[in-house]
Design a protein around this ligand. Structure first.
Ligand code: ATP
Ligand code: MG
Length: 291
């Protein structure tokens, strides 16, 4: 296993049954002393990622789905921006999922994300995802009413049923060559407060501030319980969760980059091999060009 793989695996949950959120310290930096040290590593990771993505695209068989979930201001957008910075934009698709539209509410809860799944050869990024269905909807159960699910189907078992359906769906993706890697950026309540205050105090950050985000903070403990339960029920070897300390943005980005490099390294990708016929065609083209 590569160094990136060993590093990322410390945060990887393959089997959620023993997972406890309190065992992950949001402030953790696991021996990396400074932002500067992390930057050097991140640069290497981003370069490696660009090479691997080109092979993924050329090979055109596997796809990679990256899912990001977190509380507000945990740094999802920044992590996506920095980690994917070296990648050819044509090989990558990013989708953000907000409160569902009327059309989306007319369908089952996997419908809107299914339409955005990455093609073979591509990396797809979900900034929030169907996991909101066991997070925000679980914390605010009144949201279920808008979903107009027939009454007999809405019981206290609904969250367990959603976990089951998500696990089956991700198994289906895995069996079809779409790798799934999920990131929960775990920020502390104190650090979120600091970042919100920064958004209020610095004029160029004001646009990022949403009053509703402060209201959501009041449900912090309910969210943490929902996140923990989500990881416990949906972390599998085929679709692991990475629970990433997120109080230091530079550390979060490093773990995310390492995990993606690890996923792609595992595929052992190669550029497509040329057979004899193809090689002869290339030689003929070369002769033609040289005159
Ligand atoms: P972010 O906060 O990720 O940077 P944003 O602030 O640009 O994104 P918002 O307008 O806050 O986006 O939209 C995200 C909101 O949509 C979140 O509060 C999230 O909980 C909510 N949301 C996402 N999916 C669902 C869903 N399936 N049901 C209800 N609410 C959802
Ligand atoms: Mg928001």
């Amino acid at each position: 296993m590569t160094k990136a793989g060993r590093f990322a695996r410390r945060f990887r949950v393959d089997d959620g049954r023993r997972f406890r959120l309190k065992h992950v310290d949001p402030r953790g930096t696991h021996g990396i002393a400074s932002k500067e040290e992390a930057s050097a590593w991140l640069k290497k990771g981003v370069e490696r990622l660009a090479e691997l993505q080109e092979k993924l695209y050329a090979d055109d068989r596997w796809g990679l789905l990256l899912i990001f979930q977190a509380m507000d201001a945990a740094g999802k957008d920044g992590a996506i921006k920095h980690v994917m910075s070296g990648i050819n934009p044509q090989g990558c698709q990013v989708y953000s999922f907000k409160a569902p539209s009327a059309e989306e509410l007319d369908h089952d809860f996997l419908w809107r994300t299914t339409r955005c799944l990455p093609e073979r050869g591509r990396i797809g990024i979900f900034n929030r995802s169907y996991y909101e269905e066991v997070l925000v909807v679980r914390v605010h159960t009144e949201l279920l009413t808008f979903q107009r699910i027939p009454e007999p189907l809405v019981t206290e078992r609904i969250w367990g049923e959603r976990f089951e359906d998500i696990v089956s769906f991700e198994r289906h993706l895995h069996r079809n060559g779409i790798l799934v890697r999920k990131f929960f950026l775990h920020v502390s309540k104190a650090e979120q407060r600091r970042r919100f205050l920064q958004r209020l105090e610095e004029p160029e950050k004001n646009w990022k501030f949403a009053p509703a985000d402060v209201r959501e903070r009041q449900h912090w403990n309910a969210y943490m319980r929902a996140y923990e339960d989500m990881v416990r029920h949906t972390a599998t070897p085929q679709a692991p969760w990475y629970v990433v300390p997120a109080d230091h943005k530079w550390f979060t980005r490093l773990v995310v980059a390492a995990a993606i490099v690890d996923a792609l390294e595992e595929l052992d990708l190669n550029f497509p091999r040329m057979d004899d016929k193809k090689r002869k065609e290339l030689q003929a083209a070369r002769r033609l060009l040289k005159g």
